[in-house]
Design a protein around this ligand. Structure first.
Ligand code: PMP
Length: 446
């Protein structure tokens, strides 16, 4: 990778000298962000960007939200940290709110500091509860970077090792529009995935602890099976006593607009046994956690198992942020503004052969790019689009299976209609430039 044109080579050189080589940076000229407000962020050169990636979904409501900043400052001046060995009012209050929102009966909440650690805990619980280290996960899924979370990550681009403490069996269902069942209609797709799951369980000796699945795959490229798929899976899982863990790290808190949790798109059969959350709830403060039925949560014979999980400062941020989200009905905003964004982007890019599909729901929108005139995934197109959008003042993300070209759009949930329209305009221009460049047109290949 060359960054000879970097405007701040000193910081980049220092980054390279002391941080891991695999710590990827976006952009040919990496961006140093210094501050934000609302849906905008500023870099060290003073450029302003519309943030269409929500600080990678951690900025759930808005950047520098005063309500959250004040709650953090107020708690920080009194006590930064105590311990789970003492009663902690903000932790109890946030747990009460999340338990009530989770839909899980007799719910218990355990706080961690990241989504990885939340999934790690969920897997620890499931394997202990079921006395089995065999688990089911979805192809192309992502669940984090701890040893067990990597062990259920089905996307090789995000799983840096194949070693695992778990025996994982991967099932179909997360990717609707490519793969062996792509030609089937929704009902046929669900039936094929259920048959695949049934067959896998019939061929597996011994018990299986859990299925872990993202209702909409996040780093996998904002892709999902048809609504109801996981409810259909649930029936099969129940026959075998297998627990269902819904990884809501990206889909939670109304991100998908239609539902507060992603699992609700599959809710015909009731809530999952466990759900895991992280990212947006702290609006940038590191909160993760697991919600589980009491019977499952309490199966461990353990003392306190996290030092920083449930810290009063992060819990205060979470309470203020969740309060703001609900008072301002940001899930409803995600549905309305996200729906408009998808519709406008679809219409504006319909004539561009580089765009294969604009998909998603709420403010979780994926744009799949292909080499113009083909159905071949184009990582090159995605790389060019990312740069062109940055030039236009919009930050977006990438994702998808290895070798694919998927753009990810996930702004803070307070996005306004005017900002959505401005973003669509910039992205359409960026994609038109990429389309013409890849077809060898004006401003073509250099
Ligand atoms: N699960 C999902 C679905 C995620 O998207 C992520 C983060 N990208 C994680 C788990 C891991 O969360 P964290 O980075 O906070 O450990």
């Amino acid at each position: 990778t060359t960054t000879t044109t970097a405007v701040h080579p000193a910081l980049l050189d220092r980054h390279r000298a002391v941080l891991p080589d695999w710590l990827a940076l976006y952009y040919r000229r990496p961006i140093e962000l210094t501050h934000g407000a609302g849906r905008h962020v500023w870099d060290a050169e003073g450029n302003r960007y519309l943030d269409f990636f929500g600080g990678i979904l951690t900025t759930m409501t808005a950047h520098a939200l005063p309500e959250v900043a004040d709650a953090v400052a107020e708690q920080a001046t009194r006590m930064l940290h105590s311990s789970t060995l003492y009663l902690n009012r903000p932790m109890v209050e946030l747990a009460e709110r999340i338990a009530a929102l989770s839909g899980i009966p007799d719910a218990r909440v355990f706080f961690t500091t990241s989504g990885t650690e939340a999934n790690d805990t969920a897997l620890l619980l499931a394997t202990a509860f079921r006395r089995s280290n065999q688990v089911l996960a979805m192809r192309n899924g992502y669940h984090g970077r701890s040893f067990s979370a990597v062990g259920v990550t089905g996307n090789s681009g995000w799983a840096p090792t194949s070693l695992s403490p778990l025996r994982t069996l991967y099932v179909h269902g997360g990717v609707r529009t490519r793969g062996p069942f792509a030609e089937l209609d929704d009902a046929g797709f669900v039936a094929a995935c259920v048959a695949d799951l049934r067959d896998l369980l019939a061929q597996t000796r011994g018990g299986v602890a859990a299925l872990i699945a993202e209702p909409v795959q996040g780093v996998g490229g904002f892709t999902s099976g048809p609504d109801g798929l996981l409810a259909a899976f649930r029936e099969v899982l129940d026959e075998h006593g297998v627990l269902w863990i819904s990884d809501e790290v990206q889909t939670g808190w109304g991100r998908t607009g239609d539902h507060f949790w992603g699992w609700q798109a599959h809710g015909a059969s009731g809530p999952p046994d466990m759900l895991t959350f992280a990212k947006g709830i702290g609006n940038g403060m590191s909160i993760g956690g697991v919600v589980a039925r009491a019977e499952v949560m309490n199966c461990l014979d353990a003392n306190s198992i996290s030092t920083f999980g449930g810290s009063p400062v992060t819990m205060s941020a979470g309470l203020a942020n969740l309060g703001y989200l609900l008072e301002h009905d940001l899930p409803g905003n995600a549905r309305r503004v996200g729906g408009l964004l998808i519709e406008r982007l679809r219409a504006a890019t319909a004539g561009l052969s580089v765009v294969r599909e604009v998909r998603g729901r709420g403010l979780m929108i994926g744009v799949e790019l292909v080499a113009p005139g083909t159905d071949e995934p184009s990582p090159e197109a995605a790389a060019l689009a990312l740069e062109a959008a940055r030039e236009g003042g919009v930050l977006i993300g990438r994702g998808g299976p290895p070798g694919s070209g998927v753009l990810r759009i996930a702004p803070p949930l307070s996005l306004t209609v005017a900002e959505a329209e401005q973003g669509v305009e910039v992205l359409t221009r960026a994609l038109a430039t990429v389309d013409s460049r890849l077809r060898g047109g004006p401003g073509g290949r250099d």
